[in-house]
Design a protein around this ligand. Sequence first.
Ligand code: ZN
Length: 558
Amino acid sequence: MKLELRIAGVVLAVGTTLSAAQSIAEPPDAIYTHGNMHTLDPDRPRAEAMAVRHGIIVAVGSNEEIKRLRGVDTQVISLHGRTVLPGLIDAHGHMAGLGSYGLGLLDLSAVTDFDQLVQVVADKVATVKPGEWILGGRWDHESWPNKRLPSHERLSAVSPNNPVWLRRVDGHAGLANAAAMHAAGVNRDTPVPPGGDILRGPTGEPTGIFVDNATSLISRHAVGGSSRPEALILKAQEMCLAVGLTGVHDAGISPSEAEVYRRLEAEGKLKIHVYAMIAAEYAVDYYADHSPYVGKRFTLRACKIVADGAMGSRGAWMLEPYADRSVDDAGKPYVGLAVTDPRRIEEISRASLDAGFQVCTHAIGDRANHEVLNIYERVLPPATRAEKRFRIEHAQLVNPSDIPRFAELGVIPSMQPTHATTDMRWAEARVGKRRLAGAYAWARFLQTGSRIAGGSDFPVESHNPFYGLYAAITRMDQSGKPPGGWLPDQRMTRTEALRAFTIDAAYAAFEEDRKGSLTPGKLADFIVIDRDIMTCDLADIPQTRVYRTVIAGETVFE
Ligand SMILES: [Zn+2]
């Protein structure tokens, strides 16, 4: 049997392996043997063993091939037949946001109706000082029996002296109580900011629900509740490493968070790879005195713009009115919200291009996607379009005629499979059946030549990438509904899903030469898990447990 062994990109026939191995100056620091490895390297998709030196994969092959590379000081780790995958990458998450739930922000995701939400807040009121803000989020009225957006009155009754600000699960709307609105100086006369909405009751009084650009009316007054950014990021890192993430694209940070990341990196405390996007509000000023930064663990060479809101809170910007809210309060056709003026998106995109930063724009509705593609088409020089790898974050509802434009323009769809399996409960109510042809249309994107960067948008969804892989492959929720999957022709294969969370996410960060597959010459980023997700029962994928997470050769979770 003639096998090939790959050493640092050079393919050698097995007969020459020994001498070639000896010609490598130093033996590996560690070899991992007896693994069931899915490498995602097209030259050698499956392997048993891997050798690592100075944090880099130096060889991948059979047990015999790799054992021959062993030196006197080489550590040998048997994986006892366990499955190994390239480290998983979440191409869209919010580290500080995740960390704040890890560190005590009220997590309302398990709340099943408004009564329960009120009770959770009442319990919290008993533990805090009068006047202290109570902050929380992740509630979802779509999972409550009446599916109606709540109004503040009962919340205000249980918390008369503590301002309360609770974000909806999508982060694009929030519920404030009377004390919070009072503290923020908001009342019935407060003008509605462009790209936002203040919902009102029959008497014209605000209900406490603020959407998109109106959320900052409250949130900028909300103080306390969150820990220092260092603590939030380190907490999020711990949570991510434990579920097998070796990389995260942090979708929208401030310059001060960038400083925190730089410091954590310099101190050796940042273990996970973070590919960050500077938030659009800071971007242009930031470029004045910052160049793209590519470090060992932290990279900042992208910016994040927000074009519209989210579908759950009807802020996504649509080509046609919502099916379940066709007119606004003034009786005009209601198509959602343009959160950032398209002219401003174009300005920031040009400035980013000039400064050498990638542009990543949140676009959920079909109008927002259409506008952003038009802007990218105008801004990107045709000859170098593909190299710029501009991204659209979410691309949830895209007019089918716009889907091929992604690949044509070299624009990467950065998509979150669990959004589909959460939103499938109400997506048809929002947009009707016809428009679903372009909803979370993974297969259409892949068929037209796009590479999908997979993510979760944590803490909007769970940060567990196995939930995302399962959702991508099945389009079912974790109880197996609907059987066969929602719009099942848009499912990904297991390999496509794994690519989205590894090599294609790496591609979206210009890192496919360093990350995303188990290939000699790349960083030794990999995970050891308790089941083979490429062959196991689909229903078992979400329960996958991680035994070990390795980043650049260092075991960072066990
Ligand atoms: Zn996001």
